[in-house]
Design a binder for this molecule. Sequence first.
Ligand code: F6R
Ligand code: MG
Ligand code: MG
Length: 362
Amino acid sequence: MGLKITLSVIKADVGGFIGHGSVHPDMLKNAEEILEQQGKELLVDFFVTNVGDDINLILTHKEGINSEKVHKLAWNTFLSCTEVAKSLKMYGAGQDLLSDAFSGNIKGMGPGIAEMEFEERPSEPVIIFMADKTEPGAWNLPLYKIFADPFNTIGLVIDPKMHSGFCFEVLDLVEDKKVTFSCPEELYDLLIFLGASNRYVVKSVYTKNKEIAAVSSTQKMNQMAGRYVGKDDPVLIVRCQSGLPAVGEVLEPFANPHLVTGWMRGSHYGPLIPVPQKQAVPTRFDGPPRAIAMGFQLANGRLIGPQDLFADVAFDRARQKALKAADYIRQMGPFEPHRLPLDEMEYTTMPQVMEKLKNRFK
Ligand code: F6R
Ligand code: MG
Ligand code: MG
C-alpha cells in the first residue's frame, strides 16, 4: 500500500479588492501565515492563491475527506482574512461566511470545497482549476470532453489503460440527488443531464476500477443562503497521466472557450477565459468569467509547483476567441441570451416592477 493522501481545495470570497475584482495581497499573506501557524501538525503542505475575488486554499493532509479539523482550519483562515478585509474596508468583507459559528463541516456554510483521498502513485500530477464569476456547471462541458470525448482525449482510443472509459457521478442541485453514468455505454443519457449545467453538475469522475479521477465543488450558494450572496465560483481537481487523461488532454477543452453563466451580477452568459493567474482579475463588466489551472506534482503529499498551465502561449488564441465572443454577446445588453432567463438571474427587479404595474396589467 502506498501513502494515502487527501487533497482539499477550499475557497471563499471574504472581501474584494477593488469591488469584486481581486483579493488584497495582505489577505493572501494572512491566509499563508494562519495555515503555517495553525496547520503545522495537521497539514502536509499548502498553497494559497486567488482567482478574482476568491481565496483558494490548496491543502494536503492525511485526515481523509470531510475532516472536521481540516475544515475548521480553513474556516478559521477565512475568518481571520475577513478581519484583514474589514480593517482595509475591502468590498463585501466576509460575504461567503454564511454562519456565525463553525459546526463540524464546512459544507453548506458558504465556502466551496472539492476534496479527494487517494493512494499517491509513483508520480502524481494533478491540476487544480479555479474559476471566478461563474458556477459549478461551468466544468460540465470540459469534464465531458476530458473523460468522454475521443476528439479531445485520444487516450480513450489508443491507451489500453483508458479504453474502457470512465464513470460520471452527477448531482441534481435542485433535488439534491445523485446518479452515476458509466461511459461510453451511457453517454447519451449522461449528456441530456450535463447539457443542463445550471441544474445538473458533475460531482466526480472515477475510472472503471473505482479510482478517483476528478472532483468538483458543487455548492449552490444562492440557494444555500436563500438570498443572493454572490456566485458560487467553482473549483475542480483532476488527476492526470498513467491511465488517466494526460495533462494536455485535461487542458485541451479550454482551447475553445465555452459560454457559462455568471459575469456581471451573476446574471449573464459569457465566455470562460483561460488565463494565467496574474490575469485572473475580472474587470470588464465584472468579467468575463475566468479560469486558472495550477499544476502540481505531489511528492509524499508535498505540493511541488505550481506550474501556471494557462500561461502557455498556445492558449493565446483561446483568449482572443473568448474576447471576440465577449464583444459579440455584450451587444445584446439586457436582452437574452446575454442576460439569463428570468428565473436564473441573481438580481431582479421583477417583483417590484410587477407590483407597481399590477393595476395596469389587463
Ligand atoms: C458577480 C459579481 C459582481 C457583482 C456586482 C454588483 O458574481 O460578483 O458582478 O454582482 O459588482 O455587486 P454589488 O451588488 O455588491 O454592488
Ligand atoms: Mg465578491
Ligand atoms: Mg468570486
